[in-house]
Design a protein around this ligand. Structure first.
Ligand code: NAD
Ligand code: 0WE
Length: 262
């Protein structure tokens, strides 16, 4: 008996075995969901296909979310191959590397547009494209980060994009409410994924997190996967428009102090 027995889930944003999307995919598989996986770019195909095999998933489709055509095509394909969709996970973000360094005021117009397009608009576009094939009781979710609410040095335009993503989550929750479709965001603490690799100061931030968060522990993709199961399942009926923190309690802290107790 799995919490997601009989449900079909589509996951966008799987790049490799370190992706948060992989933690979510494995947790969904464990709970009995039927899976579809989408990735971006030919380079990742080689990485993603063997992962999909591990979770008995033979529905793997490329979708670059900057392309309306590709979004439409993937929704059309899903409509043909599945009896409606119950869960959609958006685990996608991108900003140009040069935007994640130096002062926020140096954000370029193009860099701003690109970060908002890939990291925010794509969630709205996916929600619209899939609306006709979403089953009543369906659950949509996206991944966000605390840099949306408070300043995380160098997160810059991504913080602004995550604020817009969280706001989009609330507006989508309002739109989809009458259809009994829920929309939520998961705010995860820092995790060492491809999107965190090579970020200046990430290692120190990661270590600091484990020192000052109430639970004194870093977050894993498995933790996020389990929370995603909850949001995807019927255990969370009536929860919509929320930002669920999976962060060892980090976000509740006002004053940060390195404790002598462990
Ligand atoms: P990741 O690099 O594994 O995943 C990011 C994904 O975005 C990749 O699969 C990439 O292919 C995809 N992507 C980028 N541009 C795309 C495009 N044009 N079309 C389609 N897909 C595109 O890294 P991750 O850390 O697993 O990130 C997943 C999500 O989690 C992101 O939204 C990220 O902001 C969020 N998040 C990450 C952390 C962290 O510390 N790693 C913390 C909180 C939230
Ligand atoms: O959301 C994220 C990652 C977002 C991200 C990361 C990259 C790095 C590589 C978006 N675009 C790119 N583009 C690249 O070229 N996180 C929450 C992880 C993260 O990223 C940071 C962080 C944290 C935490 C960037 C600066 C400061 C802190």
């Amino acid at each position: 008996m799995g919490l997601l027995d009989g449900k079909t889930a589509l996951i966008f944003g799987l790049a490799n075995e370190r992706s948060i999307a992989w933690g979510i995919t494995q947790a969904f598989h464990r709970e009995g969901a039927k899976l579809g996986i989408s990735y971006a770019g030919e380079i990742f195909k080689r990485r993603v296909l063997p992962l999909a095999e591990k979770v008995n998933c033979n529905w793997v489709e490329e979708c670059d979310v900057t392309s309306d055509e590709q979004i439409t095509a993937v929704a059309k394909k899903a409509g043909k191959d599945f009896k409606g969709i119950d869960v959609l996970v958006h685990s996608i973000a991108f900003a140009g590397r040069e935007e994640l360094d130096g002062p926020y005021y140096n954000t370029s117009r193009e860099g701003f547009k690109q970060a908002m397009d890939i990291s925010v608009y794509s969630f709205v576009a996916l929600a619209r494209a899939f609306q006709p094939i979403l089953n009543p009781g369906a659950s949509l979710m996206c991944l966000t980060y605390y840099g949306s609410v408070k300043v995380a040095p160098h997160y810059n335009v991504m913080g602004v994009a995550k604020a817009a993503l969280e706001s989009s989550t609330r507006y989508l929750a309002y739109d989809f409410g009458p259809q009994k479709i829920r929309v939520n965001a998961i705010s995860a603490g820092p995790i060492r994924t491809l999107a965190a690799a090579g970020i200046g100061g990430f290692r120190d931030m990661y270590k600091h997190f484990a020192e000052i968060s109430p639970m004194r522990e870093n977050v894993t993709s498995d933790d996020v996967g389990n929370a995603a199961v909850f949001l995807a399942s019927d255990l969370s009926t009536r929860i919509t428009g929320e930002v669920l923190y999976i962060d060892s309690g980090f976000n509740i802290m006002g004053v940060q102090m390195v404790s002598s107790e462990s």
